[in-house]
Design a protein around this ligand. Sequence first.
Ligand code: PLP
Length: 404
Amino acid sequence: MNATLQSWLTENLQALKDQHLYKVPRILETPAGGRVRMNGREVVNLSSNNYLGLANHPKVVEAARKSIEEWGVGAGAVRWIGGTMKVHDELEERIAKFKNVEAVLVFTSGFTANSGCIPAVLTSDDVVISDELNHASIIDGVRLSPAEYRKSEGWVYGHKDMNHLEDILKRAGNFKKRMIITDGVFSMDGDIAPLPEIVALAEKYDAFVMVDDAHASGVLGRNGAGTTSHFNLYGRVDIQLGTLSKALGVVGGYIAGSRLLKEWLINRGRPYLFSTALPPMVAAALIAALDIMENDPEPMNRLWDNAKWWKESLASLGFDTMGSETPITPVYCGEEEKAVRMEQMLWEEGVYALSICYPTVPRGRARIRTMPSAAHSREDLEFALEAFKKVGRSLGVIPSTAEV
Ligand SMILES: *Cc1c(COP(=O)(O)O)cnc(C)c1O
């Protein structure tokens, strides 16, 4: 072991601990669900993205099992070298139809879809104009590209600030291409991007739009087809990213757009070119998950029923859910210490809900992030609400006189 590296690691791990940024994942001892056992404790889990409960839906599991029996467990190679199977093509065709676009290219995760697509469509003659609250995988994708984007140079706009976006577009006329990129649903706040306004500005200033719908897939739009569907902007959003790992319950990501875009990414998307294809059982499970999303409205209805009940109940107790419009429901705490303490106390009450602090969100805007889902029964959420009431009162997050 190199001593310099070892001491560097020790020092920097200690620094993370000192700043309360050190992470220790808890261990799930049961399948992902609304109520789980974690680190030996039964808890209501409010920190999963399994929106529709598809991660262990019997039909999805059965599709994976049948695929394993027929095809084994691995694809064996990157897609273009010999890893593309019929089931990969079928999955892409199914998603393209679902999203109502010409073509879809699947990657092994949403993260790699961002880091593959963004640098592939940009050169040093271009500029990226990005919402300040965009997801880390967008930021990494942008960093991998040679295009101009730095915040210090003014190419990042205030969260959903359309006047700011327009000011930037007015200054960006000299670049060859202008890309506006935004989360469809913001992952830490649960609010929705003003996509109609973004698209209108893009059309006015000759920019193209990429929307990351990781948290909108399965949640917004027709059968969960995302923000483009939600706002009826078909044909006006150039690049849509989706994940197959959240509402769809398995793993993977995709880029949806034109046939030319797909053709380009097959040739220039580096994670597509250099990372092994998804296992065929994953693709088969995802086709089964899509079948459910397209034909059974029940999981999405239950998701929204639960989300509305959860938000209204929290608000009636006096909690601030920070303008969330989707199932992602932040519960505002403010100071980092208060959020961390609240997470610990909720855990002791049998509720797993993670605190989210700086640098994931701005300093002084710490929160507990909750994710009600179709996998929760109303009893699960009632149980969690009691815990929030008790802990919120004791920490002074809500007034102690609040009534349900
Ligand atoms: C989770 C997430 C991703 C990454 O998707 P994975 O499939 O989990 O890699 C990308 N963008 C946003 C906004 C996300 O929330």
